[in-house]
Design a protein around this ligand. Structure first.
Ligand SMILES: Nc1ncnc2c1ncn2[C@@H]1O[C@H](COP(=O)(O)OP(=O)(O)OP(=O)(O)O)[C@@H](O)[C@H]1O
Ligand SMILES: [Mg+2]
Length: 360
């Protein structure tokens, strides 16, 4: 997709600001604290329902204001112009997509596809399992139509089972919800395994380009219970006693993880810089798969690229991004040297005093 206009109202430091990105590379520069990351957060919010720095209620609404608004216009793969808008108070939201009221946020999130690499992206490799589950599920959400309804059924069954565990009620209801949990959980796990298998060859290619010599990457789903060949139904039954004691479900896809190895060794031995580059490889792998499946690239956002990667790794990343042909938004307090020296046609914007101005 190609964003043609992004409007922010009462979003962090911006009272109102507008960006008209060009196709290809867009570079946003400005002093620390001027609002560069906030611009990327606004677009990320439309695509993920949250920012990469937290939820709307965590401080995205401009201080003293009731709600933020983000409006985006874009061309999809069909070259037809689209438009959406989101107003969010932190607890309540209203949204429109092509003039129609949006009933479920999921509908908006399907329409806007954006991936972001930012200073905390390393947690995809070295952080807790939640960010890896979110990574996997965001990809699945876009390539597998049945994912969202199955996920909703699973979440409902999980809530019901947890409530019965807390009430210490081992009756027939628990059996019924456990069956639903096992059934939907097996489907989710199968979908995730297929997605991981689809990501694998693309990740190999991406790592080869971004981190040559670091080893052959492999990703493997850890489904959320120890023995995959033991069905989830049996795993839930075996865990019952412990789950009653703890008051929540300790096995199932909500506990899944993605194991990342290099030459068969866990990737957590990588240096800080390599870890970031590995995270970028994972993010670009997901974008590649999405582009191949849906026929259009997500918008790629790279926050503070210059500060995150050394020159050599920046050059490799930029070379890969150029090949993709995707629309790209990059921020930095200074322009990354490789963007000034090597590329023509970069649209440059300056952010200052909560205004965004195109400078070339
Ligand atoms: N809810 C809010 N209301 C008003 N201002 C806010 C709010 N949240 C953050 N800010 C301010 O918005 C500004 C924008 O921050 P942002 O992180 O986008 O800047 P940046 O240009 O990316 O800076 P850096 O170069 O340091 O990464 C900061 O000055 C911050 O203090
Ligand atoms: Mg920033």
């Amino acid at each position: 997709m190609e964003i043609t206009r992004l409007l922010l109202r009462q979003f962090r430091c911006f009272e109102q600001a507008e960006l008209h990105p060009a196709p290809g590379f867009n570079l946003l520069t400005g002093a620390n604290g001027c609002g560069k990351t906030s611009v990327l957060e606004a677009l990320h919010l439309l695509a993920h329902g949250r920012s990469f720095r937290g939820r709307v209620r965590d401080g995205l609404v401009r201080r003293g204001q009731a709600a933020l608004e983000v409006v985006a216009q874009w061309h999809g793969s069909d070259h037809v112009p689209h438009r959406c808008g989101l107003r969010h108070t932190g607890s309540q939201w209203q949204a429109k997509l092509d003039g129609e009221d949006v009933q479920q946020l999921g509908h908006l999130l399907t329409a806007v596809t954006v991936v972001s690499f930012e200073p905390d992206s390393h947690s995809l490799v070295d952080g807790g399992s939640e960010s890896r589950r979110r990574y996997l599920d965001w990809g699945l959400f876009h390539v597998e139509q049945d994912f969202l309804p199955t996920w909703r059924r699973y979440s409902r069954a999980l809530k019901q089972r947890n409530a019965l565990l807390r009430q210490r009620d081992p009756g027939l209801q628990l059996d019924a919800w456990e069956q639903e949990l096992a059934h939907t959980g097996e489907i989710l796990t199968h979908q995730r395994e297929t997605h991981v298998a689809n990501l694998q060859p693309r990740l190999e290619h991406c790592v080869q380009s971004l981190l040559p010599g670091v080893g052959a990457p492999s990703i493997r789903l850890q489904p959320g219970w120890r023995q995959r060949d033991l069905g989830l139904g049996d795993a839930l039954l075996l865990a019952r006693e412990r789950d009653f004691a703890l008051g929540h479900s300790t096995v199932g896809p909500h506990r899944a993880d993605l194991r990342i190895d290099l030459d068969g060794i866990p990737a957590n031995g990588l240096s800080r810089g390599q870890t970031k580059q590995m995270a970028l490889a994972l993010i670009l792998t997901q974008a590649t798969l999405l582009a191949e499946t849906s026929g259009h690239w997500p918008v790629l956002q790279l926050d503070d690229l210059g500060a995150e990667l050394d020159r050599n790794h920046q050059d490799r990343a930029i070379a890969m991004l150029v090949r993709s042909g995707a629309q790209i938004l990059i921020t930095g307090s200074e322009p990354p040297p490789c963007l000034i020296s090597g590329l023509t046609g970069v649209a440059r914007f300056h952010v200052e005093q909560a205004k965004i101005e195109r400078v070339s």
